[in-house]
Write a protein that binds this ligand. Structure first.
Ligand code: NDP
Ligand code: OXD
Length: 313
C-alpha cells in the first residue's frame, strides 16, 4: 500500500474484476503511473481519477479528491445508475477507432445474416426451402442514434450499397446518408427495413423500442439492438414477432446480463442472441486516451470525450 499522501492517481473498478489487461496496458504506455484496484490496499484520499465499468453503487464514497470518473466503455448509463455518483467530478467515456470498427463489422454481419436468411436456414433442420433472395441494394437500414458509433456503422453500410438513414437529436451532414431529427421519427421509421439501435440509454430513450414504434416500421422489418437492454420493451417485441410486424431480431444487450437461462428469447426461432459482444473496449487501444486525459486533468486543461450531465450521454 502506498504511503498516506502518495498520489496513487488512478483507480480501476470493474464489476467483472478483469484488471490484468488494463494494468498491463497502463504499464506499457506509462510505467510511472500508479494504478490501483479495489483489491489493492490504498489511501482513498490519494486517488484523483477513477475508471470504471459497472462499479457497484457507492464505490466512490470516501474518495474526496476525485476529479474525474471515466467509463471504460462508450456507454455511460452505468455511471448515472449510481445515485451516489459524486456531483462535482467530470465524467468521460471511450471514443475509439477500434471500438467503432468492431461495431461496424458486427452490425454489417447481422444485416447480411438477416437479408441472406442465414439464421433462418440454420434453424430449418432438414427442410429444403429457398426463401426470397434479397440484395444489399434492395435494403434500407435506419440507425436510431446517429452519433459516433451510429455514423461509423452507417458509413460502412452505405459504402457497401445499403441505403442508410440516421436518427438523432440534431441533424447530421454525412455524405450519402439521410439524417432525421427527433421531429421526423415517423418518416425515418416508415422506410427502415432493418432498424439498428445505437442510442445511449437515458430517460428519453428508455423502452423506445416498443409496440408503437414497431407499428411504424414496414411490415416484416428486422430489429438489431446493440445499444442497451433498457431500450427494448421485451413483451412488445415478442408480440410484434408473433404478429409478423417484425420478422426477427438480433439482440446483443439485455435488461439482465447474462440473459437468464429460462428467458423466452432463448427458445424463440426468430431471435438471434449474442452475449454483449458487439464491440468491446480494447485496453491497448483505449488506455492512451485515458493517460492523455489524466495529463490534461493535472494541467486543468479541457478533457477529451466528456459526458454531459445535462443530456446524460
Ligand atoms: P454517442 O453519444 O456518440 O451517440 C449517441 C447518438 O444518439 C447521438 O447521435 C445523439 O444525438 C443520439 N441521441 C441521444 N439521445 C437521443 C434522443 N432522445 N433522441 C434521438 N437521438 C438521441 O454514443 P456512441 O455512438 O458512442 O454509443 C452509443 C451507445 O452504444 C452507447 O451509449 C452504448 O449504450 C452502446 N454500445 C454498445 C456496445 C455493445 O457492445 N453492444 C459497445 C459500445 C457502445 P446527437 O448527436 O444529436 O446528440
Ligand atoms: C460500451 C459497451 O458501452 O461495451 O462500450 O456496451
Amino acid at each position: 500500500m502506498p504511503a498516506k499522501g502518495t498520489i496513487v492517481a488512478i483507480l480501476l473498478i470493474r464489476n467483472d474484476e478483469n484488471y490484468e489487461p488494463w494494468i498491463k496496458a497502463f504499464q506499457q504506455n506509462d510505467p510511472s503511473l500508479d494504478v490501483v484496484t479495489p483489491q489493492d490496499g490504498h489511501d482513498k484520499e490519494a486517488v484523483t481519477m477513477a475508471l470504471t465499468w459497472k462499479a457497484p453503487a457507492g464505490s466512490f464514497d470516501g474518495y474526496g479528491q476525485l476529479k474525474v470518473i471515466g467509463s471504460l466503455g462508450a456507454g455511460v448509463d452505468h455511471l448515472f445508475a449510481d445515485a451516489s455518483l459524486p456531483s462535482h467530478v467530470q465524467l468521460t467515456r471511450v471514443v475509439d477507432e477500434k471500438l467503432s470498427g468492431d461495431m461496424q463489422e458486427f452490425v454489417l454481419a447481422l444485416c447480411l445474416n438477416n437479408i441472406k436468411n442465414l439464421h433462418t436456414y440454420a434453424g430449418t433442420g432438414t427442410s429444403w426451402q429457398p426463401l426470397p433472395y434479397q440484395r444489399v441494394a434492395d435494403v434500407t437500414v435506419g440507425i436510431l442514434g446517429f452519433g459516433t458509433l451510429g455514423q461509423a456503422v452507417g458509413q460502412r453500410l452505405s459504402s457497401l450499397g445499403f441505403t442508410v438513414s440516421g436518427w438523432s437529436t440534431s441533424l447530421k451532414n454525412v455524405e450519402g446518408i439521410t439524417s432525421y431529427d427527433t421531429s421526423q421519427l415517423d418518416q425515418f421509421l416508415a422506410q427502415s427495413q432493418i432498424l439498428v439501435c445505437l442510442l445511449p440509454l437515458t430517460d428519453a430513450t428508455s423502452r423506445i423500442l416498443n409496440q408503437e414504434l414497431f407499428n411504424k416500421l414496414p411490415k416484416g422489418a428486422y430489429l438489431i439492438n446493440v445499444a442497451r437492454g433498457g431500450h427494448l420493451n421485451e413483451t412488445d417485441l415478442l408480440a410484434a414477432l408473433d404478429s409478423g410486424q417484425l420478422s426477427g431480431a438480433a439482440l446483443d444487450v439485455f435488461d439482465t446480463e447474462p440473459l437468464p437461462v429460462d428467458h423466452a428469447y432463448w427458445q424463440h426461432p426468430s431471435i438471434l442472441i449474442t452475449p454483449h459482444v458487439a464491440s468491446v473496449s480494447n485496453p491497448a487501444s483505449v488506455v492512451p486516451q485515458i493517460i492523455e486525459n489524466y495529463r490534461r486533468m493535472n494541467k486543468d486543461a479541457a478533457l477529451l470525450n466528456v459526458v454531459s450531465r445535462e443530456r446524460n450521454y
